[in-house]
Design a protein around this ligand. Structure first.
Ligand SMILES: NC(=[NH2+])NCCC[C@H](N)C(=O)O
Length: 400
């Protein structure tokens, strides 16, 4: 494990090892920005009731704390980060690159942002800024509608899984594919670059690189990673990730898993998550046709590309086990489809055979229990409108 400045251990080498430290984001005013006109672009399937969403999220954090997990909040880390003038200056430069602003508005916006303290600045970076919230008299501002955003809100920051991912004792800053989420990783990059807690942690990848999202990355076993390639992580993102983890000696094998390019299966963790060292909960409607391409490091900069094989077989082989046990979402194809959509597959293991799951996925949870998995249920009626479950809403920083 890497020692960092204040001597707190970090590192993730498993999906199921006892969870010690996790990064969450408690949803706030950024969710109030969602309207029926912008929710599709902002990747929400409905308009969440904000205070209830916060209650549900607080219950999630409480469940984790009750099990001895240290919960870090992204907003708190961001505020502490922005207390450093260079970090605040970087953050402001980052939002001001937006080409919709124009020079005059950019100057006026800068004048306002530099006056903000860390807490207010963090608030604006997360909740965004509407045109009518800045007193500007310039051409651009007068032509934009009052409700147009000068800084887009980040309602999906809630899904901390995607905006950074720990691989061993390093952190990969990801590069998010959807325009509504791209700025999130400017914030995670800032936190990991400047926050004293992470000062000595080497950073991988980066927000300006090929698309790679944490929801696509699974740590199947020591030295064995899987990465989904679909709507979010691109083939080039997977290739860069393979090269990077091999160069840093963080894995010996990577399984690249092509997934359907659609919203229901946006990340690998929407169809498959691990609940034990040799068991996954998986969407049966894709389980049989899901395949994997094994990739290994070759000579020099080469990658050795293996033969495409059924995912479950390839995973078991790479993990050195006879068989990966599969617990299926739902019972029949229709229930499975409903529960997969409601993130029944998206469980967060907090130790082997103990997983956090949304309570609404009754059939899937019953099957998990029957398979010997303790299921800690969460209400998620509001949180779920962003199409993400307990795994999406958590970024493990330290696991046994
Ligand atoms: N790891 C995950 N499955 N994350 C879910 C993210 C959901 C989010 N609304 C998006 O569309 O990007």
């Amino acid at each position: 494990m890497a020692e960092n400045v204040d001597q707190r251990p970090v590192g993730v080498r498993s999906e199921v090892g006892r969870l010690r430290t996790v990064l969450l984001h408690r949803p706030g005013p950024e969710l109030r920005r969602l309207t029926p006109r912008n929710n599709d672009a902002l990747l929400f399937d409905g308009i969440p009731w904000v205070s209830r969403a916060r209650d549900e999220h607080d219950a999630f954090a409480a469940v984790l704390r009750a099990r001895g997990v240290e919960v870090l909040h992204l907003e708190q880390l961001l505020i502490e980060t922005l207390a450093q003038p260079t970090a605040a200056a970087d953050a402001i430069d980052g939002v001001l690159t937006d080409l919709r602003l124009g020079d005059q508005l950019r100057r006026q916006l800068r004048d306002q942002l530099v006056q903000l303290g860390p807490e207010e600045l963090s608030g604006v970076l997360i909740a965004g800024l509407r045109n009518d919230e800045l007193r500007s008299t310039g051409l651009v501002s007068s032509l934009l509608a009052a409700e147009d955003f000068l800084i887009d809100p980040l309602p999906n920051l809630l899904f901390t899984r995607d905006s950074s991912v720990w691989v061993g004792d390093r952190v990969a800053i990801t590069s998010l594919a959807m325009p509504a989420r791209q700025r999130e990783t400017q914030l995670t990059e800032l936190i990991y670059a400047f926050h004293p807690r992470f000062e000595s942690v080497p950073r991988l990848h980066g927000w300006a690189r090929e698309h790679l999202e944490g929801g696509d990355v699974l740590a199947l076993a020591p030295g064995v990673l899987a990465v989904g390639v679909g709507e979010r992580t691109t083939p080039a993102g997977a290739e860069r990730f393979a090269r990077t983890v091999f160069d840093h000696g963080l894995a010996e094998q990577l399984l690249v898993v092509p997934i359907d390019q659609n919203r229901a299966t946006m990340h690998l963790d929407t169809i498959c998550t691990m609940v034990d060292v040799d068991a996954v909960v998986m969407y049966p409607n894709v389980a049989d046709r899901l395949s994997a391409i094994p990739v290994r490091p070759g000579e020099g900069r080469e990658l050795i590309i293996g033969e495409r094989a059924p995912f479950l077989e390839a995973a078991a082989t790479a993990m050195g086990i006879d068989r990966l046990r599969v617990i299926a979402t739902g019972l029949d194809p229709v229930t499975a489809e409903r529960e997969q959509w409601d993130d029944g597959n998206n469980t967060l293991a907090i130790e082997p055979r103990v997983a956090v799951a949304y309570e609404r996925n009754v059939e899937t949870n019953a099957r998990l229990e029957a398979a010997g998995i303790e299921v800690i249920t969460l209400a998620g009626s509001e949180l779920g409108s962003g199409r993400g479950g307990p795994r999406c809403m958590s970024c493990p920083i330290l696991r046994d």
